[in-house]
Design a protein around this ligand. Structure first.
Ligand code: IMP
Ligand code: MG
Length: 185
């Protein structure tokens, strides 16, 4: 596996900045959901996992967590094409729950839009979206983002849950890929 330093164009968001912002979002969520004991955080796998575990420890309201995996297929493997499929469904019945979806990044918006449509048919009490990153420039469908960590430019990023061919999710910061320096297999 290539050392990420060989293709890291720049660190877009460093660890300290990420953690500070996540603490703020955690406080905001804790304020907004104060008094609820129906809060369910749904992590969209696999990209959202690192964000979820840091965020949930900043939320002071009692809550449950569950996981969902989505795959998007189409031309490229790194971009969703609007063809979105659930590959792992929830274990929890979300009826009457206050559901908060936890995503790594919203790009075209197709993934989250599909998940919202599906989950709304299951009659949750409320359904909101929390995304660490927002690549707003790339949006193809309008989606609500109730809690947003950072708006980022239209660049391919990795680290902190986001992968490059399933690697580098463990890095504690968000980096930009220099595509010319990235070895293709
Ligand atoms: P959307 O359906 O186009 O909004 O795509 C969302 C999904 O695409 C995210 O959950 C990510 O898995 C993936 N994705 C989009 N942009 C990036 C990126 O810059 N780096 C890594 N994954 C990305
Ligand atoms: Mg993903």
């Amino acid at each position: 596996m290539q050392d990420y330093r060989e293709f890291l164009a720049e660190t877009l968001i460093d660890e300290h900045t990420l953690q500070r912002r996540i603490a703020e979002i955690g406080e905001e969520i804790s304020r907004d959901y104060a008094g609820t004991d129906n809060l369910l955080l749904i992590c969209i796998l696999r990209g959202g996992m690192v964000f979820l575990v840091d965020l949930m420890r900043r939320i002071t309201v009692p809550h449950q967590v569950d996981f969902m995996a989505i795959s998007s297929y189409g031309a490229g493997t790194r971009e969703s094409e609007g063809n979105v499929r659930v590959t792992l469904d929830l274990q929890t019945n979300i009826r009457d729950k206050d559901v908060l979806l936890v995503e790594d990044i919203i790009d075209s918006g197709h993934t989250i839009s599909h998940v919202l449509e599906l989950l709304s048919t299951r009659q949750p009490h409320s359904l909101k979206v929390c995304s660490l990153l927002d690549k707003a420039e790339r949006r193809e469908v309008v989606v609500p983002i109730h809690y947003r960590g950072f708006e980022i430019p239209n660049k391919f990023v990795f680290g902190y849950g986001l992968d490059l061919d399933e690697y580098y999710r463990n890095l504690p910061f968000i980096g930009v890929v220099d595509l010319e320096k990235l070895e293709t297999k």
